[in-house]
Write a protein that binds this ligand. Structure first.
Ligand SMILES: Nc1ncnc2c1ncn2[C@@H]1O[C@H](COP(=O)(O)OP(=O)(O)OP(=O)(O)O)[C@@H](O)[C@H]1O
Length: 255
């Protein structure tokens, strides 16, 4: 995905996309565009369709109706493998293969693409520096890593092929508050430094606002509001937005 120019197409675009599982509308006429190089947070209650939206963008699920475009081109099955090489995908708990070391997990796709061992090691070491993973962790199995280290390896795996975009599905959901806070800082710096298109799913509105100026709030497969944190707080599009914002506890509530 090319640099952020006025004339360049959106990195991703959904046009009236619907996805149904049996009677359940996981996505209901969703239209959204994500500019190249932009960061967006998707929030919403459980089951509102956030993960499905990411999966549809990656061609892991196919809409029943509507079109998905990547870089201005309608996504078709023949292009999905090529798209996945250009888009890093990071999920909660990392989704690492337990029988492979961290380096083995990082090497899987590059090895498949014919990269040499030296090139893989070199890229992994560059990412160790970027993500602050201890070097020694590369040779450990996922069960021998902390939750934060596993998430760092998962992020490194998403970045191995230097993708144009990163889709992150609750990347920090399973972490303790201190590690989560640390990784929020680091991820934000990484996003800013790399300038990639980022779409991050989170349940936490403060985290959403930390990562992105643009917040898309979903409910029951629909986009309820698309704007800034300020828009959500000051100009809620629906009473649900206010309920969602107010449902996030702050320390002040406990005092
Ligand atoms: N493969 C599937 N088969 C059947 N139903 C599914 C499938 N995947 C998702 N769903 C349903 O579609 C709806 C949207 O799911 P999705 O995972 O996209 O929501 P979400 O907003 O990411 O939720 P959470 O925040 O809990 O992860 C849910 O009701 C879910 O149960």
């Amino acid at each position: 995905m090319s640099a952020n120019q006025e004339a360049s197409p959106a990195a991703f675009e959904l046009d009236k996309v619907s996805k149904r599982y049996g009677n359940l509308m996981a996505l209901d006429q969703v239209s959204l565009a994500f500019a190249a190089g932009s960061s967006t947070a998707l929030i919403g209650s459980s089951g509102s369709g956030k993960s499905t939206l990411l999966r549809v963008l990656l061609g892991l699920e196919w809409p029943d109706q509507g079109t998905v475009k990547a870089d201005g081109l309608v996504l078709v099955r023949e292009h999905v493998l090529e798209l996945r090489r250009r888009v890093g995908y990071v999920i909660q708990d990392g989704g690492l293969f337990p029988h492979l070391t961290a380096l083995g997990n990082l090497a899987l796709l590059p090895h498949h693409l014919g990269w040499s061992r030296e090139r893989i090691r070199e890229r992994a070491e560059a990412l160790v520096a970027l993500t602050h993973l201890p070097q020694s962790a590369l040779d450990r199995y996922p069960a021998e890593l902390s939750g934060g280290q596993r998430q760092r390896v998962a992020l490194m795996r998403g970045l191995m092929l230097d993708p144009d975009a990163l889709l992150l599905d609750e990347p920090l959901g399973a972490l303790d508050p201190i590690v989560r806070h640390e990784l929020q800082d680091e991820l934000k710096q990484i996003f800013e430094r790399l300038g990639k298109t980022v779409i991050v799913v989170t349940h936490d509105i403060a985290e959403a606002a930390w990562f992105a100026d643009r917040i898309v709030l979903m409910r029951q497969g629909r986009v309820i509001q698309d704007g800034s944190l300020d828009d959500l707080r000051q100009r809620p599009a629906d009473p649900f937005v206010t309920r969602f914002v107010q449902a996030q506890r702050t320390l002040g509530d406990a005092a």
